[in-house]
Design a protein around this ligand. Structure first.
Ligand code: AMP
Length: 192
């Protein structure tokens, strides 16, 4: 089984491009943000706890997302690989993921990193707020907290995966969605 990580700041286009990559290569697209939003919509205990953190632009505890990813790995069959979107987001999650895969005799195949500058993060999220109506896209304070969280907790993963020789970066800006998607898919074609 292949395990790919789609990495990048909020608004980089991970969700949009993940759908195209997953379809092209028969990967299962696993978005921890989406799984958490499903828990919130279903009103589960986990969802109720996660809601406050998500709406403040903070991360949910590592164990919560690690558990969701591990159970997805166990239950989902019939795909060529997994495409992780929005996970891992901390060094602890990256290390937990390595251990989880090592127990199965597996490892991360590659990290595909989509990079956009902070100013573009704000423009993209403001646009997404008008389309998707996500609570955590609605206020500047929450968006700024997510950008700060990305730089302090998630960005260190770039070095972690560079050291592992697994890091591949592509620009997620400028261009139309189609142009960016074509650039991302060309890059993925060279890796997968
Ligand atoms: P996303 O849809 O990836 O932008 O995620 C939305 C929100 O869900 C994030 O701002 C976090 O609050 C939470 N979340 C998603 N993935 C993770 C993760 N790997 N670790 C912690 N929190 C997460």
């Amino acid at each position: 089984m292949k395990y790919y990580i789609l990495f990048g700041p909020p608004g980089a286009g991970k969700g949009t491009h993940a759908v195209a990559i997953a379809e092209k290569y028969n990967f299962k697209h696993l978005s921890t943000g989406e799984l958490l939003r499903n828990e919130i919509a279903a009103g589960t205990e986990l969802g109720i706890k996660a809601k406050k953190l998500i709406e403040a632009g903070s991360l949910v505890p590592d164990e919560v997302v690690e558990g969701m990813i591990e159970s997805a790995f166990e239950s989902i069959k019939g795909v060529n690989g997994f495409l992780l979107d929005g996970f891992p987001r901390t060094l602890a999650q990256a290390e937990a993921l390595d251990k989880m895969l090592a127990r199965k005799g597996e490892a991360i195949s590659a990290v595909i990193s989509i990079m956009i500058p902070d100013e573009i993060v704000k423009v993209r999220i403001a646009h997404r707020a008008t389309v998707e109506g996500r609570a955590d896209d609605a206020s500047d304070e929450v968006i700024n907290n997510r950008i700060r969280t990305y730089h302090s907790q998630t960005e260190p993963l770039i070095d972690f995966y560079k050291k592992a020789g697994k890091y591949h970066e592509v620009a997620g800006h400028p261009g139309t969605v189609e142009e960016n998607q074509a650039r991302v898919l060309r890059m993925v074609d060279g890796i997968v």
